[in-house]
Ligand binder design. Structure first.
Ligand SMILES: Cc1cc2nc3c(=O)[nH]c(=O)nc-3n(C[C@H](O)[C@H](O)[C@H](O)COP(=O)(O)OP(=O)(O)OC[C@H]3O[C@@H](n4cnc5c(N)ncnc54)[C@H](O)[C@@H]3O)c2cc1C
Length: 375
């Protein structure tokens, strides 16, 4: 059993009435990217999460290596993966990407991000939603209800993941544009020279894909379904069995495949909370960093009295909107690819093999949220 550091019982003193200049709700990829951007802004930044920082991972934790360097967290890398393989029932191709993936340790990465967050304070608290009168719109001081009391700040970020707890209406699976993912983390010796493996097999998952991410002393083997009603436990067990690995150390979550608005009633939303997870690939770490940084930069302008909150909200929403075409394209591919006859899909994967084609396709993909943005 993992050791939990989250405060319990009497340690959970009241925070009622606590005020901050910026309240960041959620201390995972998006929330920490926002707080990191505010490190030397001279503001009182309060970050809250229901768990201690880095305590509970919900992802295979693979991200483009250049992003991990750009964020100053390369020390959390457990294994670099320079190639990807794609397998269908009719064949297998291996691509050498123009950039590599790296599998990292979630706790280590979060701690490294937090170390870059300057004087920001952290409290464990479960966020229940907006406090105050319903339909109050966007008051100058936004009140957030938590299990440790009501917190207040003029600048509030919802980085709480797909549920977007500060929204008036929450997404409810399976009737929401969410995918579901589940994986096991068997321990293993690291043979090296491995790739990030992807299976597109209707026999495993009707609309979705399966993966194996080697990560040093463990592998992350899982299945994602674009159809939220389809279960993924049995296919995950089947894939682990096929790979000769025990189905142990489970974790899973929902992840969005459609953008939502990036702001709501005066609140900034970043990461899965705004749907910033690429459809098709289900890649949401890099984009949580990317939009978290963009959000943090807008907040800095308000703190420096260079913009009002309303202007910052509008600029952030416009930045988000400029990325909508790429997300729409990925969603179209998410619908198209599972519908292709498996032999046609295999032929297509082979046709993409020439290195210039791969460089171009994966170069475009990285450009949609490029690591140079972090620097
Ligand atoms: C099985 C699986 C594997 C995945 N693998 C990858 C991968 O390898 N690479 C990749 O790029 N993406 C992957 N994804 C997607 C990725 O995990 C998400 O897109 C990413 O985590 C989004 O980051 P975030 O910070 O927006 O939200 P999250 O990481 O979901 O963080 C939300 C934070 O808010 C906290 N929180 C939630 N509700 C409350 C509350 N009520 N009160 C207080 N705190 C709360 C949570 O504890 C958490 O710390 C995977 C998803 C799944 C399900």
């Amino acid at each position: 059993m993992p050791v939990r550091a989250t405060r319990r019982g009497p340690q959970r003193t009241s925070l009622d009435g606590r005020r901050a200049d910026v309240l960041v709700c959620g201390a995972s990829f998006a929330g920490l990217a926002v707080a990191r951007e505010l490190a030397d802004a001279g503001a009182d930044v309060l970050v809250v999460d229901r768990y201690e920082i880095g305590e509970r991972a919900t992802s295979a934790c693979a991200a483009p290596t250049p992003w991990l360097h750009a964020m100053g967290v390369a020390g959390a890398i457990r294994q670099e993966l320079e190639t990807m393989t794609f397998a269908t029932p009719h064949g297998r191709v291996r691509y050498r990407l123009p950039w590599s993936w790296s599998a990292f340790d979630y706790r280590d990465l979060c701690r490294r991000l937090w170390a870059q967050c300057g004087d920001a304070r952290f409290e464990t608290a479960k966020v229940d939603g907006r406090a105050g009168a319903p339909g109050a719109g966007a008051p100058a001081e936004i009140e957030v209800a938590t299990d440790r009391g009501t917190l207040r700040a003029p600048l509030v970020v919802d980085a709480l993941g797909w549920r977007r707890v500060l929204a008036a209406a929450h997404y409810q699976p399976p009737d929401a544009p969410l995918s579901r993912g589940l994986e096991v983390h068997p321990r293993r010796a690291a043979p090296g020279g491995e790739s990030l493996d992807v299976w597109i097999e209707r026999g495993l998952v009707r609309r979705g894909y399966a993966w194996r991410v080697p990560a040093g002393g463990e592998a992350r083997i899982g299945v994602g379904s674009y159809v939220p009603a389809d279960h993924v436990r049995a296919p995950t067990e089947a894939l682990a069995g096929r790979l000769g690995e025990p189905a142990e150390r489970w974790q899973g979550n929902w992840f969005p495949h459609r953008l939502r608005s990036a702001t709501q009633d005066g609140v900034f939303c970043a990461g899965d909370s705004a749907g910033h997870c690429f459809p098709l690939s289900g890649e949401g770490i890099r984009t949580a960093f990317y939009f978290g940084i963009a959000c943090g930069r807008e907040l800095r302008r308000v703190l420096a009295a260079e913009a009002s909150r309303a202007e910052a909200l509008a600029r952030y929403e416009a930045f988000h909107d400029r990325h909508a075409p790429a997300f729409r394209r990925a969603l179209a591919l998410q619908r198209l690819i599972p519908a292709l006859p498996p032999r046609a899909l295999t032929a297509l994967l082979h046709a993409l093999r020439p290195q210039p084609v791969i460089d171009r396709a994966f170069g475009w993909y990285l450009d949609q949220a490029h690591p140079s943005f972090a620097v």
